[in-house]
Design a protein around this ligand. Sequence first.
Ligand code: FES
Length: 339
Amino acid sequence: MSRQITIRPSGHVFQAQEGETVLEAAMREGFMLPYGCRNGACGSCKGKVIEGAVDHGNFRDSVLPAAERERGNALFCQARPQSDLLIECREIGAVKDITVKTLPCRVQTLELVAPDVMRIRLKLPAAERLQFLAGQYIDILLKDGTRRSLSLAKPPHDDALIELHLRNYGGPFSRHVFTQMKEKDILRFEGPLGSFYLREDSNKPVVLLAGGTGFAPIKAIIEHAIHNKLKRRMILYRGARRPADLYLDELPQGWQRDHAVSYVPVLSDVADGDVWNGRRGLVHQAVMEDLPDLSEYEVYACGAPAMVEAARRDFTARCRLPEAAFYADAFTPAVPATN
Ligand code: FES
């Protein structure tokens, strides 16, 4: 039997299915409640049950002592509704509401998905989860004190493992990953960081522009939108040099087939012998050919600085895109100079 949950003070209402925790139900219906470990150990998800009853589940006593339970407090990552509920808690509305953490992690898998792109999956300690918005990034903290910024390639609901896409453009961290890193190696990172995430308070159609490994945060945004059943029209323009650079291409093909996310791959450097019947040229120019009037769109762009800057300049100057409707990733080291 499903239960209705109303959040105070926002007035948001959602349904919890049989067996779901309050947090699971909220995330499934697209409401972001704060959380940390998601296993009853940290208290980040604590809120108040004003009306109704919950099964408190498993938790550390020190995090939710009996006196707090009697006052109506609950850990929403553990609490399962036993009736309709009125709850009081903070909701995550923007990056500023999310706690930036420094965490260790273990390399779970390393997978070459293109000749020079590694998909890295990282596992957090059992008592930790990373809360983030789709599109944000983390900084890997290197032993020499430097940092390497990499976008989170999975959406927030799919957070059992952290996924990153790294292009080998010859820097020290890429060299290390491609030649020495092994599964089970330990890394440290800080995150989530960045203000590149889908603004969900708009119904405008969205153009997503991804160049090279700029595909990673765009993938997270699209998978988040699909999971949350967002109704906005989405068109993905993906730029690469050659066919082999369109790594994980079965994903956007599947989004187009099953979820009405239009997909337009565009190659800039097709070589003799490549099999390619699709669009050619610079990816942002393909957008302008198809959508000469962007005045009613929002654009989310991630890729090489040259691509992002050309898109910002030309979309606003020639296609009537409002400056404020252009969102781009501000960091660039993970993204090679390709369009
Ligand atoms: S106790 Fe850590 S997220 Fe719920």
